[in-house]
Design a protein around this ligand. Structure first.
Ligand code: PLP
Length: 396
């Protein structure tokens, strides 16, 4: 399928690499391919490129460049921080996280439980929101860390991290946030947020897959997850992925320059798309709170239609969307995020996530609005249960 014929509404899964990012990283694959740790200048001159990228990434977060640890992805960042919190505090075996985190946290927590550790899984309500008091009540003397995502990848619902971090600080507990779904969509300021750790992944920000970072507040105890060379100031072994780090730096720079414009345009496009779908198709409900929510995400349930069938027909029209997180695509089980919100299985199985980016055009949205209503009508016509459940909006 040619690039022209793709209508991309799955930016929470991954994003198109910005041409400026490709241009910035290419020289580090073609000409300047040395090892930055080498003693000769062909290698060690790359230090400048790494420093500039680290400064840009730090600026995106209002962090100090020394607080940035480049790694391979958001999954590594989340695993590394939970692992470090347990290793640096051997007497503390209790983790607090939520039931709707990315599988990087969920699976880590499950393995921790199997190894005899304890995890408190903070629940969410029907709007996908949590109650900070439940975190306060769950904190114990042996709590190693509280890890709560900033925005959910399936619904876009934003959690109150400033409040959670303040609570953790008051109780002397480490606080981490998985902010993978937020750069380029929300302003990020680790100082204002007051957190100890924050994870990002470049492929959600118009840079390539396979590069992520962890912000680790200066002075916070740290044990590396990958043990090897002394790269990243001894905090993450492995030869620096120079081209990808440069790409991340460029993507950060672009995001800083256009955040305000991008976020408000994307929000207006998302709201137009969502309102049109809810107005023109009967039996459409939103999953998750309307606000606070990332400006690009819409998770909608289409009564009496299977999401997998909708996605198949959308795909035939060249439209890319998903039924939940890319990591669980292909699973026939309802989304664990929607299930944790108390969404009924048949409702969850009819839910589609549409996620926009700064590259989404009005014409793409018009095309979706033209294609989706007849797809739903066709599927409902073929459904053995043509009646449409009364639409009850799930919002908060
Ligand atoms: N955290 C969240 C909220 C995500 O959405 C994702 C990716 O989907 C990740 C972590 C994992 O990032 P990566 O794909 O870089 O491992």
């Amino acid at each position: 399928m040619s690039e022209q014929s793709i209508y991309y509404f799955d930016n929470n899964a991954t994003t198109r690499v910005a041409p400026e990012v490709v241009a910035a990283m290419l020289p580090y694959l073609t000409e300047q391919w040395g090892n930055p740790s080498s003693a000769y200048s062909f290698g060690n001159q790359l230090g400048e490129a790494l420093t500039a990228a680290r400064e840009s990434a730090a600026a995106l977060l209002n962090a100090d460049p020394r607080e940035i640890i480049f790694n391979s992805c958001g999954t590594e960042a989340n695993n590394a921080v939970l692992n470090s919190a347990l290793l640096t505090q051997p007497g503390k075996r209790h983790i607090i996280t939520t039931a709707v985190e990315h599988s990087a946290n969920i699976k880590f927590g499950e393995v921790h439980e199997k190894r005899g550790g304890e995890v408190t899984w903070i629940p969410v309500d029907r709007a996908g929101q949590l109650d900070v008091h439940e975190i306060a009540e769950a904190i114990r003397k042996d709590t190693a860390i509280v890890s709560v995502m900033l925005a959910n990848n399936e619904t876009g619902v934003i959690f109150p991290l400033e409040e959670i971090a303040a609570l953790c600080r008051a109780k002397g507990v480490l606080c981490h946030t998985d902010a993978v779904q937020t750069p380029g969509k929300l302003p990020l300021d680790v100082k204002a947020m007051g957190i100890d750790f924050l994870s990002l992944s470049a492929h959600k920000l118009h840079a390539p897959k396979g590069i992520g970072l962890l912000y680790a507040r200066r002075g916070v105890p740290w044990q590396p997850y990958l043990i090897g060379g002394g790269q990243e100031q001894g905090r993450r072994g492995g030869t620096e992925n120079v081209a990808q780090i440069v790409a991340f730096g460029k993507a950060a720079e672009l995001a800083i320059a256009s955040l305000e414009n991008d976020a408000s345009r994307i929000r207006a496009q998302r709201d137009r798309m969502e309102a049109a779908l809810m107005d023109t198709i009967p039996g459409v409900t939103r999953n998750g709170a309307k606000e606070p929510r990332t400006p690009n995400t819409s998770n909608l349930s289409f009564a009496n239609c299977e999401a997998e069938a909708i996605l198949l027909l959308l795909d035939r029209a060249g439209i890319c969307a998903s039924s939940g997180s890319a990591c669980t695509t292909g699973s026939l089980a309802p989304s664990y995020v929607l299930t944790a919100m108390g969404v009924a299985p048949e409702h969850a199985l009819s839910s589609v996530r549409l996620s926009l980016s700064k590259y989404t055009t009005d014409a793409e949205i018009d095309f979706l609005l033209e294609q989706l209503p007849p797809i739903i009508a066709t599927l409902r016509g073929a459904s053995p249960r043509p009646e449409i459940a009364a639409a009850s909006e799930i919002s908060g």
